[in-house]
Design a protein around this ligand. Structure first.
Ligand code: 13P
Length: 259
């Protein structure tokens, strides 16, 4: 059965009580979405302080939970950071790394992303690795070079690899369309997905790529454009910001994802 990912990135948009309320609404509505021959893995990524309550409310509805950040050491004098061990305790099976907002505002580098991915895999937490070019990079014709560099670094050129049932999810998020309501065209996104998939094939075995790796699109995904992205076989799901903040809209995305 093919699997698609529907991942909500709530960024820093909600208080803990708002996150809980939204999780409860989604948990109530999601089981009513008709099942098809496509398995949709739904992941909610709330702000760190809400992870505990969101995990509790999501569990029974078969919804997974992801963090938005992690530190690469297990323990130590790293004030303000959160260990993969903490994420495990909080019920996280996923964690976003290398989001462009962290790369921009917190100077998260390719090297940091690489260390975080390795730490997550060490603790059996599936990384959701964000890659994407800025508008300036695209206009300078550097889109593909940026993607290749970010993917290579994040996976340590194949040195970090999935084991067992671990999933590595790479989200192509063109930085310049995030939060604009104006996504790139599905053909454009698919071209980048093919580049990423080819890279994965060079790093891992055919089996690992098929079973353990997913490439998804993010950047102004909504109920109007999601189906067009999914027409491209190479796009295996979506990482959604704004459109994941209303239960009804998110459920509609879940329906579209499974058709
Ligand atoms: P939007 O869906 O709001 O464009 O955000 C995308 C994103 O950054 C998800 O990580």
């Amino acid at each position: 059965m093919p699997t698609r990912y529907l991942i909500a990135n709530w960024k820093m948009q909600l208080t803990d009580s708002e996150s809980l309320k939204l999780t409860e609404q989604i948990s109530r509505l999601l089981p009513a979405v008709p099942t098809t021959d496509i398995r949709v893995e739904t992941v909610l990524c709330p702000t760190q302080t809400a992870l505990d309550v969101v995990s509790g409310a999501a569990r029974d509805a078969g919804i997974s939970v992801g963090a938005q950040n992690v530190f690469w050491e297990d323990k130590g004098a790293y004030t303000g950071e959160i260990s993969p061990l903490n994420l495990k305790d909080l019920g996280c099976d996923y964690c976003i790394v290398g989001h462009s907002e962290r790369r921009t505002f917190l100077n998260e580098s390719d090297e940091m992303v690489q260390r975080k991915v390795a730490a997550l895999l060490r603790h059996n937490i599936n990384p959701i690795i964000c890659v994407g070019e800025t508008r300036a990079e695209r206009e300078a014709g550097k889109r593909d070079a940026v993607i290749i560099k970010q993917v290579q670094a994040a996976l340590a050129e194949g040195g970090s690899r999935p084991t067992g049932n671990q999933h590595i999810i790479i989200a192509y998020e063109p930085v310049w369309v995030i939060g604009t309501g104006q996504a790139v065209s599905p053909t454009d996104a698919a071209a980048v997905h093919h580049i990423i998939r080819d890279m994965l094939r060079e790093m891992y075995s055919v089996d690992e790529v098929e079973k353990n790796c997913f490439v998804i699109y993010g950047g102004s995904v909504n109920v109007t454009n999601l189906s067009a992205f999914l027409q491209e076989d190479v796009i295996e799901g979506a990482l959604v910001g704004g459109a994941s903040l209303q239960a009804d809209e998110f459920i509609r995305l879940a329906e579209l994802m499974s058709t």
